[in-house]
Ligand binder design. Structure first.
Ligand code: SF4
Ligand code: SF4
Length: 182
């Protein structure tokens, strides 16, 4: 899936997807959570001109929809995943819990999605090389959203994330293979 990108927005120093997204291609395989060996942390892809097609078309929704700069994944700790959007569900992949989960911007944005009828899922990574945990939390968050109760919303988000840590994380089965430049 390739969504139209916002003009005048680039990844800057963010490299979160080069870490968290698993790849299993002939020329590049890396497990979930392993920073790609071609990625220069804080700078980006060192094989940009010949990077795999998957890397060319995968973008988080911060590159696609009007979210504030604070939502940039390396700042917020939250990757808004593109998969599922066409089915009316937005997955917030919390790669690193930060204070951003408690700010008004996060609350208002997520509450707005739920109010519009969009489903919201929370997801967290497990150990390197395992699939993430994920749960749809729309109905769990809805009472706090409908009451406009920001503290209750934050409490429910944090409790959801805490619950997800109990997940039985399963291996993704990917063995690292770096052969893009060979
Ligand atoms: S090849 Fe480049 S764009 Fe693709 S995951 Fe590695 S560093 Fe990121
Ligand atoms: S997670 Fe989003 S902002 Fe960060 S590098 Fe990937 S596409 Fe760019």
């Amino acid at each position: 899936m390739s969504l139209p990108l916002l003009p005048d927005r680039d990844c800057g120093g963010c490299v979160e997807c080069c870490r968290v997204i698993p790849l299993n291609l002939p020329e590049l395989a890396k497990p979930t959570g392993e920073l790609c060996a071609y990625c220069v942390d804080g700078a980006g892809c060192s094989v940009h001109a010949i990077r795999p097609q998957t890397c060319r078309v995968w973008f988080c929704l911060w590159r696609v929809v009007e979210l504030s700069d604070d939502w940039r994944p390396d700042r917020s700790g939250v990757i808004v995943r593109p998969d599922g959007v066409e089915d009316g569900i937005i997955t917030l992949y919390v790669v690193r819990p930060t204070e951003f989960l408690g700010v008004e911007d996060f609350f208002v944005t997520v509450a707005g999605w739920i109010a519009e009828g969009i489903d919201v899922a929370l997801s967290i990574p497990g150990p390197i090389g395992t699939y993430p945990a994920r749960a749809v939390v729309t109905d769990w968050l809805r009472p706090a959203v409908e009451a406009g109760d920001h503290p209750a919303f934050v409490d429910r988000v944090l409790r959801s994330l805490d619950k997800l840590t109990e997940h039985d994380f399963q291996p993704d089965g990917v063995t690292a293979r770096y052969a893009v430049a060979s």
